[in-house]
Design a protein around this ligand. Structure first.
Ligand code: LLP
Length: 383
């Protein structure tokens, strides 16, 4: 929600920019941290969702760790002072350079996605005389019931070790003197709004934990990934129901004494705290269609073009009296550069401010330089 003060502040600023509501971020973080504490659960924030420095500093301050998917993210987490004991490194294609760097930094753990990767980490750790802590990412074949482009836990996906490869994985673990197995890792997809999906995941986690224990391994860490969705249709209902989410894991996971449960939430933490603010450049009223042409496009927020993702679009200048249907498009030379089709809006004019809501996750981080666009700026409000 934007106050008149916010909107008059925008009048002095060059558009487009991401507008961060830092007090909402803080409330979301506090709610999430309090809910996790109830069960003694650990949260590693999935940095890929948003690695804006101001945002990361707030996340670090609440005591969360960092879930990283590249050497660049590990470096940034360390530079910003995240506790190395709370940094995990995931990803299906870690390069030797990235693995060596993470070994040098003694991060908490590698989430390993294949038997071959296990062999490589063992070899590189041996050269350094180190022992790498690893969790095995298992593909549990659980349907996340989300957009197929952001589903990751099915047999057809590239992520994790498949169940039929686990015997070989166990053998490699036993043969790897420079690897310490600490647990198992899962991540079945993103923007999950049906919490029952997580009950199915818990059943699979319990089965795989038992599988390892029966073979003499100690499973210290159960890492269940992230994926909790947000309500893109109601950006003003801003804080996800972390309590119900964590409760499912406390009820359905068989947590043994001394075992830790880890989470890698991204979107649920940062999704609602930012909007993309843009000005109307031109309005075209056609025979079949009306277009609002914004000064922000798919280069600033790629989700609609890439996944046909819905983001609520609001004309901040004219209020809520819907008069016309517009296709809300950007300036990029691509037909998919469209934030929404046939969206009801007040009659719009050059210079009006538009907000594309719920853009805090996978927004700024996925911006591109296509068409040699300017780098997207960020503006912050304490609310
Ligand atoms: N852990 C792993 C291993 C992941 O791959 C991801 C996200 C997360 C945690 C965090 O998931 P979250 O809590 O944010 O759902 N660009 C897409 C989403 C890609 C998600 C990639 N992995 C989008 O804009 O919807």
């Amino acid at each position: 929600m934007f106050s008149n003060k916010d909107i008059s502040h925008f009048a002095n600023l060059e558009t487009p920019f991401y507008y961060y509501d830092l007090s909402l971020l803080q409330d979301t973080l506090n709610t999430c941290a309090d809910a996790a504490k109830l069960y003694n659960f650990h949260v590693h924030y999935a940095m890929k969702a948003n690695f804006n420095q101001t945002v990361l500093q707030k996340i670090k301050a609440v005591g969360f760790g960092a879930d990283c998917v590249s050497g660049g993210e590990v470096t940034k987490a360390i530079e910003l002072g995240f506790d190395k004991n709370q940094i995990v490194f995931a990803g299906v294609g870690k390069s030797d350079k990235e693995i060596n760097y993470a070994l040098d930094q003694d991060i908490f753990c590698f989430n390993v996605e294949s038997v071959q990767e296990l062999e490589v980490i063992n070899e590189l750790a041996a050269k350094k005389g180190k022992v790498a802590r690893v969790a095995i990412r298992i593909n549990p074949n659980v349907d996340a019931h989300t957009h197929h482009n952001i589903t990751t836990g099915l047999d057809e996906n590239k992520f994790g070790v498949n169940a039929w490869d686990l015997p070989q994985c166990a053998e490699t673990l036993r043969a790897s003197a420079n690897i310490e197995f600490i647990g198992i890792h899962f991540h079945i997809g993103s923007q999950i709004t049906n919490l029952d999906v997580y009950k199915n995941l818990c059943v699979r986690v319990n089965e795989f934990a038992l599988w390892f224990e029966e073979r003499g391994f100690t499973v210290k860490v159960l890492n269940v990934g992230g994926g909790l969705g947000i309500d893109y249709h109601n950006p003003d209902h801003q804080i996800p129901d972390f309590k119900s989410y964590f409760k499912i894991f406390s009820e359905f996971l068989e947590i043994k004494t001394g075992q830790e449960v880890h989470f890698e939430l991204g979107r649920a933490i940062v999704g609602q705290c930012a909007s993309l603010i843009s000005r109307v450049l031109y309005v075209k009223n056609g025979k079949k269609k009306n277009f609002v042409i914004l000064d922000a496009g798919m280069t600033e927020l790629m989700r609609p073009a890439l996944y046909q993702a819905y983001h609520k679009i609001e004309n901040l200048t004219r209020g809520n009296e819907f008069a016309l249907k517009y296709d809300i498009v950007g300036p990029i030379c691509e037909s998919t550069d469209c934030f929404g089709k046939e969206v009801e809006q007040p009659e719009s004019f050059r210079g009006d401010f538009y907000a594309i809501r719920s853009a805090g996750a996978y927004g700024e981080v996925m911006a591109s330089k296509y068409n040699l666009r300017d780098e997207i700026r960020s503006v912050y409000s304490e609310g």
